[in-house]
Design a protein around this ligand. Structure first.
Ligand SMILES: Cc1cc2nc3c(=O)[nH]c(=O)nc-3n(C[C@H](O)[C@H](O)[C@H](O)COP(=O)(O)OP(=O)(O)OC[C@H]3O[C@@H](n4cnc5c(N)ncnc54)[C@H](O)[C@@H]3O)c2cc1C
Length: 477
């Protein structure tokens, strides 16, 4: 009789290059399942943009699996045990997740299952290099990106080869229907999500198409173009990577077939930033909620709920910030350059704790990734590993002039100021009365006055930093 293996899908919602699925299919019959674990403490799921994505991604995965995906909500241990008993499965395979809560929970589950004569095996489906394999000569983890990548990753063993989807999977039991996925109730009651999802195609096919589109049209010119939010030089692969609809191994391998130039090298290094975030989180599990640099524990963060809400709603009166926050709300995504600008504005000009910003991003982003998000927020705030220096406060007006020179990005998301000439688009508050009148714009009515003075708030941020560090800080020229 053929052996039956449960394949527990988590952040690997694909059939190609899925080591757990491949091993299970080689072993015998496969029983694919997914469990929504309400106790997962890393990031809440219900009510978030990610929940909507997950719903659609599960429909796509179920289709790929011929309707055999079974979904559950609850305690993974009990569900795995019950499903195994009910179906006569003797093993559970999964691909590893690397967030702190999951690592602890998975260890316990492995033990729990093996004590009940169920074989439990985990595989690497989502990182190019295992975090414990990349260490400095003294066996401690890297804290700085460039040596991590160049000395650590690139001189380690090359990432594993990709594995093709199993050609013919023999499934346990009958196909189920879509109602199981609907039963998870991941979609919101009021359908605010339809517009957000309009430009996305969750699932493996969507991921493949996003990669193909980027490889054909965006990759050449990536190194420079990736800074301009109105340009199509970024891949928008992040939600697909976050849900494992495509693996970094597949992308890494596909890059071998591209002309080897600085754009491809730069794209590889951005994938390595993703590795670095996961690596930091693995080695420093308090990274999501504690300042990596403990000096920042002394930072006098402001508690200003009104300012925080204006930032969240894209009503700060600073157009590039508002454009970014509205892009996030409307599409579940924000361009990387703008993520840096809005995060700098929140933590420095508004003086709000980076953890507040990170939480809002996790609520709104379809690509919310605990490691990438928390490490990036700490990077911008200045408190992280290998972080941007705190005193480097982004000037959002200059950033808009440099990276959205024709205003295409701002005009898309802040249409009420679209008639302003380019010169004042990033700073309507400096426009002469006649220019505002010609653009039909009344500041304070159709679009807000800035909620902070950029120069004063920058100086306040630097003063707070100085207080935190003592008086020894020398501001660079
Ligand atoms: C404050 C802040 C919060 C962020 N939160 C997240 C998050 O929750 N999830 C997330 O995936 N990324 C996050 N990032 C990193 C980055 O902004 C996104 O990965 C990127 O914008 C995704 O768009 P893309 O796929 O088009 O990127 P591309 O430029 O096409 O890059 C390809 C892939 O490389 C990885 N990558 C690129 N840039 C970075 C980076 N700076 N750090 C880590 N990985 C990177 C991503 O997996 C990305 O999908 C955050 C950045 C900042 C500044």
């Amino acid at each position: 009789m053929s052996k039956k293996t449960i394949v527990w899908f988590r952040q690997d919602l694909r059939v190609a290059d899925n080591p757990a699925l491949n091993e299970a299919a080689e072993r015998g019959d496969v029983l694919p399942i997914l469990i929504v674990d309400e106790t997962d403490q890393d990031m809440a799921l219900r009510g978030t943009a990610r929940a909507v994505w997950l719903h659609h991604s599960l429909l796509a995965l179920d289709k790929k699996l011929g309707g055999h995906l079974q979904v559950f909500a609850g305690d993974p241990e009990q569900i795995l045990l019950a499903v195994a008993a009910e179906n006569g499965a003797d093993a559970v395979f999964w691909n590893r997740c690397y967030t702190p809560h999951r690592i602890i929970a998975d260890k316990q589950i492995k033990q729990f299952l093996s004590e009940r004569d169920l074989a439990a095996r985990s595989f690497n489906g989502s990182l190019l290099w295992e975090p414990w394999q990349v260490l400095k000569k003294d066996k401690t983890p890297y804290k700085v990106f460039t040596p991590f990548y160049k000395k650590g990753c690139l001189s380690a063993q090359a990432p594993r080869a990709t594995v093709a989807a199993p050609s013919d999977i023999s499934f346990v039991g009958e196909a189920s229907d879509q109602s199981m996925i609907d039963g998870l109730e991941l979609l919101p009651r009021h359908d605010w999500a339809a517009k957000m999802m309009a430009d996305w195609q969750p699932g493996e096919q969507g991921a493949r198409e996003a990669w193909a589109q980027f490889a054909d049209n965006g990759l050449m010119g990536y190194k420079n173009g990736r800074n301009f939010p109105a340009k199509a030089n970024v891949s928008r692969l992040s939600p697909h990577l976050a849900f494992g609809e495509i693996s970094p191994h597949q992308i890494w391998a596909a890059l071998e077939h591209q002309p080897q130039n600085e754009d491809v090298a730069h794209f590889r290094s951005e994938l390595a930033w993703r590795e670095f975030s996961a690596y930091l989180l693995y080695h420093f599990p308090t990274l999501p909620f504690e300042n990596f640099n403990s000096k920042f524990d002394q930072m006098p963060w402001q508690i200003d709920q009104t300012a925080l809400e204006k930032w969240q709603r894209g009503q700060t009166g600073i157009p590039i910030v508002d454009a970014g926050m509205r892009e996030l709300w409307q599409t579940g995504y924000m361009h990387n350059r703008v993520r840096m600008i809005v995060a700098s504005f929140l933590t420095k000009n508004l003086g709000v704790d980076w953890r507040e910003g990170a939480k809002w991003f996790e609520h709104c982003l379809v690509d919310a990734d605990y490691a990438n998000n928390r490490a990036s927020w700490q990077w911008v705030a200045g408190s992280g590993a290998d972080a941007a220096p705190y005193f480097r406060v982004f000037n959002p007006v200059l950033q808009a002039e440099k990276f959205d020179p024709l205003g295409a990005y701002i005009r898309t998301f802040v249409p009420e100021i679209a008639e302003l000439p380019n010169k004042f688009l990033g700073k309507p508050f400096e426009a002469p009365a006649q220019v505002l009148a010609d653009a039909g714009l009344e500041l304070g009515i159709a679009y807000p006055h800035p909620i902070v003075d950029l120069k004063q708030s920058r100086n306040r941020a630097l003063a707070a930093y100085q207080t935190m560090r003592g008086q020894d800080m020398v501001e660079p020229a």
